[in-house]
Design a protein around this ligand. Structure first.
Ligand code: MN
Length: 210
């Protein structure tokens, strides 16, 4: 049984960046629905039982056809939101440190330049989807990526370490059509210590099985 990540903060803790009703709906309805639907698909599909969702997403063509669309959409939605909710905080560490900080500087020039690239990717993603900071699972290279809907970076050979949800359900109640305002505010509640944790797992290839 796959479980939503537990929040380390209350629904109102991210105000004013993310409003309470958006948090309640996003975590309690959208993320819950992806998780429930994923579990129903796994229950109905013996061939994929006991497997990590990220392994299934890396090789979707190996998933039985009856389950493939659900694993792509609900498995993606399950994992994408686990990362999203885990890497934001009411008391975020505002800058990366150590190896990740060095890698960001050598790849993008500076944290500010990386943030500009993430904003750009968020705005260029037409319709629903995500912007990502992700690590190449072979080379350790950092890259800013976009995916549509609940597609994951695992399918592209990258482990995500930071995700910006640009589905309207993530921001519309407060920001309406102003996606850029949401993304700019969102970048200020990212806990870079958490991002660093995911980076370390990704480059050491010891990420846990979900
Ligand atoms: Mn979402």
């Amino acid at each position: 049984m796959k479980k939503q990540i537990e929040l380390s903060y209350s629904f109102d803790a991210l105000e004013p960046v993310i409003d309470t009703l958006t948090m309640e709906t996003h975590y309690g309805k959208h993320h819950k629905a992806y998780t429930d639907n994923l579990n129903a698909t796994i229950d109905a599909t013996p061939e994929i039982q006991g497997k990590c969702v990220k392994s299934l997403l890396r090789n979707l063509e190996l998933v039985p056809e009856s389950a493939r669309a659900s694993i792509r959409n609900n498995g993606g939605g399950f994992l994408n939101h686990n990362l999203y909710f885990d890497t934001i905080s009411p008391n975020p560490v505002k800058t990366p440190s150590g190896e990740l900080a060095e890698k960001i500087n050598s790849t993008f020039g500076s944290l500010e330049e990386l943030k500009a690239k993430l904003i750009d990717a968020s705005l260029k993603q037409f319709g629903s989807g995500w912007a990502w900071l992700a690590v190449n699972e072979e080379t350790g290279e950092l890259k800013v990526l976009q995916t549509a809907n609940q597609d994951t970076t695992y399918a592209l050979g990258y482990a995500p370490i930071l995700g910006i949800d640009v589905w309207e359900h993530a921001y519309y109640l407060k920001y309406k059509n102003l996606r850029k305002s949401y993304v700019e505010a969102f970048l200020e509640i990212i806990d870079w210590e958490k991002v660093n944790k995911y980076y370390t797992k990704a480059i050491n290839k010891n990420d846990s099985c979900h």
